[in-house]
Design a protein around this ligand. Structure first.
Ligand SMILES: C[S@@+](CC[C@H](N)C(=O)[O-])C[C@H]1O[C@@H](n2cnc3c(N)ncnc32)[C@H](O)[C@@H]1O
Length: 203
């Protein structure tokens, strides 16, 4: 089954699989993200983070491979009275344009290594100077916990590798923690995560 079919099937339910509330780590960073304007949310699914960011006054673009997810996100944005620019795209094909974003958000974006590395290689050039990359991901240790995330070790994260892959962005936070993630039926329980906020230096 293709990745698109897998995710479309997963999202074909009335319920929001990852809930309608934003990711806890993203919310905690809001005071540090003041002044950023143009935001791209990668692998954004049903739009919970994009809608939240639009409510905070950001200009938000949300990208996902799943049309079903994007349609749910569009409904959520309408209900909440905010505008989000939606893109249905495979990250393997997405073109990152130069200095286009002040903030890039990736919450539980778990991709095959080749696509992940390509995204992380291309992403820094599309941030403005001083721009930030923010993400939270399951670590490889999550496999034993069984509370969400892919079952494929290669799609889970190793913090040191993440730090290397997003260079030249400089990590401002790289939190390696176990925390209770209660974010929809898809993410529920004690989880092994890595949280990152990295900056494109003005030097
Ligand atoms: C675990 S969900 C996280 C969704 C959202 N970020 C959230 O936290 O609610 C992972 C998302 O990655 C998307 N995805 C997987 N492979 C992708 C690809 N190649 N290109 C774009 N999106 C992809 C899926 O459709 C899914 O919405």
């Amino acid at each position: 089954m293709s990745s698109k079919d897998f995710w479309d099937q997963r999202y074909t339910t009335d319920e929001f699989v990852y809930g309608i509330n934003p990711n806890d780590f993203l919310v905690s960073l809001m005071p540090k993200l003041k002044g950023k304007k143009r935001v791209l949310c990668l692998a954004e699914g049903e739009g919970r983070n994009a809608v939240f960011l639009a409510e905070q006054g950001f200009d938000v673009t949300a990208l996902d491979i799943s049309q079903v997810a994007v349609e749910k996100g569009q409904r959520l944005a309408k209900q909440r009275g905010v505008e989000v620019n939606w893109l249905i795209s495979d990250l393997a094909d997405y073109v990152f344009e130069s200095s286009q974003w002040d903030l890039i958000v990736a919450v539980f974006m778990h991709l095959p290594p080749k696509i992940r590395q390509q995204v992380f290689q291309r992403m820094p050039a599309s941030l403005s100077f001083g721009g930030a990359f923010v993400g939270e991901f399951y670590r490889k240790e999550q496999l034993q916990l069984n509370t969400g995330g892919p079952k494929d070790l290669d799609m889970l994260y190793c913090p040191e590798q993440l730090q290397k892959e997003i260079q030249p962005l400089e990590c401002f936070h790289l939190n390696v923690i176990n925390r209770e993630v209660i974010e929809g039926i898809g993410h529920t329980g004690m989880a092994a995560v890595v949280q990152v906020m990295a900056i494109k230096s003005e030097k």
